[in-house]
Design a protein around this ligand. Structure first.
Ligand code: MN
Length: 206
């Protein structure tokens, strides 16, 4: 058993111009691949841990031996976060959520524009490397951010949507302009995929 790098569900140029082709090639083919390789290295000789789905491994992070726990947090988190990230984007996407997710975003954050502003603010204010998230926590939608590759699963939360604010996610095209990247990112957000993740999270199967 070992973890494997998932294929991108689209071509590396599919998210142009919001996310450029070279960034996608390096981000998926090198960064995400390194998280997977290093996760497998850390779990070498741990068949029980290697057999867990990645979300379960992170939810049960306290069961990982202390000597390898930080490596699993970093690389297992990196694997889970990026697998989610590719899934919730698509070329020609964008627009607005529909159905229960749209209703609950409105109920939780006033309206879609306020929601977007709060996600952007979470991404901008995350100092250094990390992620901005929409999570389901205790049955409620929340916007928050995490450092490095820390996964919401470790805090008992379900990550519905997340945007990578590590410099490797945007630097080639946007350099130091993280707010511009966060503005452009909405054009490739796949709301139907996020709506499916929300339904799964509510059912306890995400
Ligand atoms: Mn990344």
């Amino acid at each position: 058993m070992s973890f494997t790098l998932p294929n991108l569900p689209y071509a590396t140029n599919a998210l142009e111009p919001a996310i450029d082709t070279m960034t996608m090639e390096i981000h998926h083919g090198r960064h995400h691949k390194a998280y997977v390789d290093n996760l497998n290295k850390a779990l070498d000789g741990q068949p029980i841990l290697l057999a867990k789905p990645i979300c379960q491994l992170l939810r049960e992070i306290s069961q990982v031996p202390e000597a390898i726990r930080q490596a699993v947090i970093n690389n297992g988190g990196g694997h889970a976060n990026h697998s989610m990230f590719w899934e919730i984007m698509a070329g020609g996407a964008g627009g607005e959520p529909t159905g229960p997710l749209a209703d609950d975003i409105k109920a939780s954050f006033t309206d879609f524009a306020t929601f977007k502003a709060q996600v952007k603010q979470a991404g901008i204010t995350r100092f250094g490397s990390g992620w901005a998230w929409l999570v389901l926590a205790d049955g409620k939608l929340k916007i928050l951010s995490s450092a490095n590759q820390d996964s919401p699963y470790m805090a008992g939360q379900s990550p519905i949507m997340g945007v990578d604010v590590w410099e490797h996610a945007y630097y080639l095209k946007y350099q130091n302009k993280r707010p511009d990247y966060l503005d452009a990112w909405w054009a490739v957000v796949n709301w139907s995929a996020i709506g499916e993740r929300y339904a799964k999270a509510k059912a306890g199967t995400l």
